[in-house]
Design a binder for this molecule. Structure first.
Ligand code: ANZ
Ligand code: ZN
Length: 813
């Protein structure tokens, strides 16, 4: 009986859609489960294989949880505002709105073709005014509380994209998108005071079951550090600096102020003015991460500082390695014990004064522990102790205080571009900055604008001109739009009540579904998105809108899928594989099965056409031979095997170790084909497991077997524990051998080596205990069994010597 996989896939996709099987609502009697993958940015190019793999990972998990009886929320949406859509629209001479609509429709159709089980009644599109209205609403709440504010600040600015860039988007002084040289500009910008939440963000980490590396990256990003603020005197004025090493204060031989320090010019003498100006002109913007590696440069300002501890006069330099908005924007430099200061001192021939015992070389400062020297009354003290002692002395003499500093900065959200959420602020000559009243939201983007020169919103005077909400006088709208990370900072809440026109969401609904039970997305979002979203959650909790302060207690990062040549898939390299073309060729079930066969979902992997073809063959084998299986009384062995598999597969599913399951599905099915009869129960059980990976074919076979309703919402099999106990000892040995071998085979085949034969060498006692047939069948390979006492055995690498009781020697060929 032939099954046309192409036809059945469309049939079941339509049936799922027509019957709304995956639509959910709150049900207090059912346990909820909320699974979310980071929503995609819908580009005109359509889905790529990375999307397909990511979505398949979550869809399998969702189908499993649904069958386990949970009330599962699994929504989908589109992060559709942003620069790429605007640039693509300009390039293709269309409007971003039309470009975005087409991209989303294309995405939806493609996602449908892959058999994902979304609740499609909850689709979110961030470019929809009914969505970004609530971005504006949150902004107003933040403005009210002083969390949103405006200030002048030095920013990275891309002259070609005509917008402000975050530090991460301008590494090496070039724009991440267009590679133009980035300029530094002093602009009036809107900020969100995320720094109010620094400690909460750090404390919250304790509650998170997240990859350790991601937590470490966030900690580093927030960068909390305890230290001392010390007042130096320059030109009779007090200038504090921040240091974590007050123990080195006797070794300070110069000071360095940031090139972007607001009060830099106060320190520059007339004589040094020219030189400083030339230095400032050629500065490049660099992100903090690069500061460590780049060449340290600076010039003398002409001013001198007085070291408060010994009244020594030391020169003040302006330098490129001091960050303006960290600490005090100025540092006390100790070249003997700080490598940056050391390099600077060597370059400009500044005195190096050692104050901690240890070896200083021609190229390196001594930055380890030691005893203080050349430090007046503090000589002979261990430097760790001296940190406290010197700080106490400074505090007693009113020359300093203890402080804590954070690397985290307030989040600059102003963008001078069109395709983003308009900032709901109005400027009035009389009243100043005025918030748009809530009843006037959303402030919609005007469709009529001119692209190409500066901020497109500035080209529509009709839109800009408005009335002041306070005095009713003539006023103008803010033309900055919000960074699109704003849109993704709370979308997971909106999914709980996506069509609400009156409120951001119904609190009861959000508190039923949230927090997420599993969040899936790329590790590249460790800092920005995942910190911003945590911040928004905490803010909304403080407002009293939600009852939790962490939105995603469990996070899973999927691996990256590369092209078969190991490179990133990219159009320019011509190595992309298109998921929809692949579905047209092999079917969605085969693609899903293949994607999960490549590697464990958390590992990076390469596209592998052979695995694709192999998966397709296997799926076709199930399609063509499943109905030849006979329902009847099955053997005890088979019962045991099923039970054991069910336990293991359920466990693998919880851990998202899908590759192991694909191997089990294959061997289980091959074994079933060799059996005369299979119980009806286990026939169904096999299909249920298979349906997570290959839902279309499973629905078709389910229907052919005569069952009513969708297999997608049938009940996950429970294990008959009694059947696990029989002949336990024997089963244990067989299964130990099998599972060892499965793991070894997996490793070997991952390296693309083929295994033709397996030789097992067992001690004579084991030889009588095992079920050879079962082992061979489970592995789906040729296995030869030798007793270690067999004189005639084939054993080229002497592996039989390794055999112990219950532990056979193994040789692969
Ligand atoms: C003197 C000193 C001697 C320092 C020494 C270090 C080693 P964290 O842990 O990152 O907080 N620093 C302070 N403000 C800075 C700024 N705005 N830009 C660049 N560097 C700055 O590091 C604090 C240390 O970084 C401070 O301690 C200061 O240098 C420098 F042997 O002061 B230290
Ligand atoms: Zn006014």
């Amino acid at each position: 009986m032939e099954i046309d996989t192409g036809l059945i896939e469309e049939k079941w996709q339509n049936k799922w859609e027509e019957t709304n099987v995956f639509k959910v609502s709150e049900d207090e009697n059912k346990k909820k489960f909320y699974v979310l993958e980071m929503f995609p940015y819908p580009s005109g190019a359509g889905l790529h294989m990375g999307h397909a793999i990511n979505f398949t990972i979550s869809d399998i998990f969702v189908r499993f949880k649904r069958m386990q009886g949970f009330n599962v929320l699994y929504p989908m949406g589109y992060d559709s505002l942003g620069l790429p859509a605007e640039n693509a629209a300009i390039k293709n001479n269309t409007h971003p709105e039309d470009y975005t609509r087409n991209s989303i429709n294309n995405f939806k159709n493609q996602q449908k073709k892959l058999g994902f089980s979304y609740d499609t009644s909850r689709i979110i599109n961030t470019a929809d005014p009914n969505y970004y209205k609530w971005d504006q609403w949150i902004f107003l709440k933040m403005f009210e509380k002083g969390i949103a504010y405006k200030k002048k600040s030095m920013v990275n600015y891309c002259p070609s994209c005509k917008t402000v860039l975050a530090n991460e988007q301008s590494q090496g002084g070039v724009c991440e998108r267009c590679k133009s040289k980035v300029h530094i500009k002093n602009l009036n910008q809107w900020f969100l005071r995320i720094t109010d939440y620094s400690d909460k963000l750090l404390e919250g980490h304790k509650k998170l079951d997240w990859p350790e590396k991601t937590i470490a990256m966030q900690k580093n990003w927030i960068g909390k550090s305890h230290g001392t603020e010390i007042n130096f005197e320059i030109n009779g004025e007090k200038w504090p600096i921040f240091t974590t090493r007050p123990d080195t204060i006797f070794g300070v031989t110069f000071m360095v102020i940031s090139a972007y320090h607001e009060k830099l010019l106060d320190l520059v003498t007339d004589k040094q003015k020219k030189e400083v100006e030339i230095f400032l002109k050629k500065l490049k913007s660099v992100s903090e991460k690069e500061l460590g590696n780049m060449e340290k440069e600076g010039v003398f300002t002409g001013s001198y500082a007085v070291n408060p501890i010994n009244k020594k006069k030391i020169p003040v330099y302006v330098g490129n390695f001091v960050v303006a908005d960290y600490g005090c924007g100025m540092v006390m430099a100790v070249p003997a014990h700080d490598q940056r200061d050391f390099e600077f001192a060597k370059k400009y021939d500044i005195e190096i004064n050692q104050v901690i015992e240890g070896d200083i070389s021609e190229t390196r400062a001594y930055s380890k522990e030691g005893t203080l020297i050349n430090s007046g009354d503090f000589n002979g003290i261990e430097n760790k102790k001296a940190i406290g002692k010197i700080t106490d002395w400074l505090i007693e003499n009113n020359l300093g205080k203890k402080t804590t500093n954070y690397k985290l900065k307030d989040w600059g959200i102003s963008r001078q571009r069109y395709w983003g959420t308009p900032i709901p602020i109005i400027y009035c000559d009389k009243c100043g900055e005025v918030a748009v009243p809530e009843k006037d939201l959303p402030i919609k983007l005007p469709k009529e604008v001119k692209f190409g020169k500066g901020n497109p919103l500035e080209t529509n005077e009709d839109w800009i001109k408005t009335k002041c909400p306070k005095c009713n006088g003539a006023a103008r709208r803010e033309t900055d739009t919000m960074d699109t990370f704003v849109n993704s900072s709370w979308y997971f809440l909106r999914y709980c009540d996506p069509n609400n026109l009156k409120e951001i969401f119904d609190k009861k609904k959000v508190n039923y579904w949230c927090p997420l039970d599993l969040y899936i997305g790329g590790a590249e979002h460790a800092c920005m998105h995942l910190i911003y979203a945590r911040f928004y959650t905490m803010f909304l909790k403080d407002l009293g809108y939600i009852s939790f302060d962490e939105f995603a207690p469990r996070l899973f990062h999927q691996g990256m899928l590369h092209a078969s040549d190991g490179n990133k898939m990219s159009k320019s390299l011509g190595n992309t594989v298109d998921p929809i073309e692949t579905v047209d060729k092999y079917g969605a079930d085969s693609l899903r099965f293949a994607l999960m066969s490549f590697a464990s979902p958390d590992k990076d992997t390469n596209w592998n056409e052979k695995v694709m073809i192999g998966s397709n063959k296997f799926v076709n084998k199930v399609a063509n031979s499943f109905m030849t299986l006979r329902i009847g009384k099955e053997s005890k062995d088979m019962q045991e095997l099923f039970n054991k598999n069910m336990v293991e597969i359920t466990d693998y599913l919880e851990k998202l170790q899908y590759r192991k399951i694909t191997i089990k599905i294959r061997s289980l099915f091959d074994r079933m084909l060799l059996e005369k009869d299979i119980s009806e129960e286990n026939l169904k059980n096999f299909l249920k497991i298979f349906s997570l990976f290959c839902p279309h074919l499973s629905e078709e076979l389910w229907e052919k077997l005569g069952y009513e309703g969708f297999i997608s919402i049938s009940k996950w099999p429970t294990v008959d524990k009694t059947k696990l106990i029989t002949s336990k000892k024997k089963v244990e040995l067989d299964d130990k051998i099998i599972s060892n071998l499965v793991n070894m085979i997996e490793k070997i085949e991952l390296k693309n080596k083929k295994i033709k034969k397996i030789y097992l060498y067992l001690v004579p006692k084991d030889m009588t205990q095992i079920n050879k047939n079962k082992i061979s069948k489970s592995l789906g390979k040729d296995v030869l069994f030798y007793s270690t006492s067999d004189k005639e055995k084939y054993d080229p690498e002497n592996k039989s010597k390794k055999a112990k009781l219950s532990l056979p020697g193994i040789y692969f060929e």
